[in-house]
Design a protein around this ligand. Structure first.
Ligand code: CP
Ligand code: NVA
Length: 317
């Protein structure tokens, strides 16, 4: 089982992250690919959701279809897992039918357990700790504006959450500077930050932590925020008070480069972490980001479920 490659955090793509993003951009730019290249032909991918989803669910279903595969969406209420069957047994059973599994869950340990007991690739479709598919789409979106990524300075303003974790790792992996401003008590996980610093040592990316949103946004090329209360944290609504001064509004973005891009993984709580004026401004690239979830996941699926086709890129194109 250990030979199967999974995607639990963006770190799992290692040196292949850049190739995955090049594939993703290729899928988006070359319409012929949609019709001629079917790396998931005859393959079936199960997509399990314990939490709601709009972008992830639709982008996986449509992307799998475009690659010639079959997507089976499995909502938690409809399957035995977590009720009369363990995650481990479910993984073993699904592996007999499927060629890949995507899983959106609460605790990150759930997707880890699923991967440890699966004989087919498992893709984390968001856990409480990581959101690798989002990070792949995010860096693809930045690469579309700046293919070399040189000179990028990504500023995160908000909670130290799952989306930030994979964003900082992806920036570190690609040599992109990343500065995150989070309130005291809402810091990202120590082990993820340590790993980002470790990777950045080799790539030269600057990783900077601060509690000051203005410092983060100063000369930023990208400003990124997310909801202050993530799925599964609804009982922590008191946490909102900590985000006074962390709303991305016109005053805050005035410190960024004039042509900065505003990013948000969506769904956005307009008027809370971001104002309408910012998310609806010409600088906003949130809907490109959302679209890019599909192209990035198509590249990830090809890489994990049909590595030979992925490696044939140079011959094919
Ligand atoms: N960004 C994201 O993962 O969106 P969904 O929750 O709609 O899938
Ligand atoms: N941090 C958010 C991301 C949603 C796509 C959450 O986990 O709810």
């Amino acid at each position: 089982m250990s030979d199967i490659q999974h995607l639990l955090s963006i770190d799992d793509l290692g040196d292949n992250l850049r190739s995955v993003l090049e594939w993703a951009i290729h899928f988006k730019q070359d319409p012929d690919t949609d019709y001629d290249f079917k790396p998931l032909d005859e393959l079936s991918i199960g997509c399990i959701y314990e939490k709601p989803s709009t972008r992830t669910r639709v982008s996986f279903e449509v992307g799998i279809h475009k690659l010639g595969g079959q997507a089976l969406t499995l909502l938690k209420g409809d399957i035995q897992m977590g009720k009369s069957e363990s995650v481990a047994d479910t993984a073993a059973v699904l592996s007999r039918f499927l060629d890949g599994i995507t899983y959106r869950c609460y605790g990150h340990d759930m997707v880890t357990t699923l991967s440890e007991n699966s004989t087919v690739p498992v893709i984390n479709a968001l856990s409480g700790k990581h959101h690798p598919c989002q990070a792949a789409a995010d860096l693809m979106t930045i690469m579309e504006r700046n293919p070399t990524l040189e000179g990028e300075r990504v500023a995160w303003v908000g909670d130290g959450n799952n989306v930030l974790h994979d964003l900082m790792l992806a920036c570190a992996m690609l040599g992109v500077d990343c500065i995150w401003a989070v309130p005291a008590g809402c810091e990202p996980a120590d082990d993820v930050v340590e790993r980002a610093f470790e990777i950045a040592k080799n790539t030269g990316a600057k990783m900077i932590e601060t509690n000051n949103p203005v410092d983060a946004c100063m000369n930023a090329t990208i400003i990124y925020t997310d909801v202050f209360i993530s799925m599964g944290e609804e009982h922590l609504s008191d946490k909102l008070a900590a985000f006074d001064g962390f709303q991305v509004n016109e005053e805050l973005v005035s410190h960024a480069n004039e042509d900065y891009g505003f990013m948000h993984c969506l769904p956005a709580h307009r008027g809370e972490e971001v104002t309408d004026a910012v998310i609806d401004s010409p600088n906003s690239i949130v809907f490109d980001q959302a679209e890019n979830r599909m192209w990035a996941q198509m590249a990830i699926l090809t890489y994990l479920c049909n590595p030979a086709a992925f490696d044939a890129y140079d011959e094919l194109y």
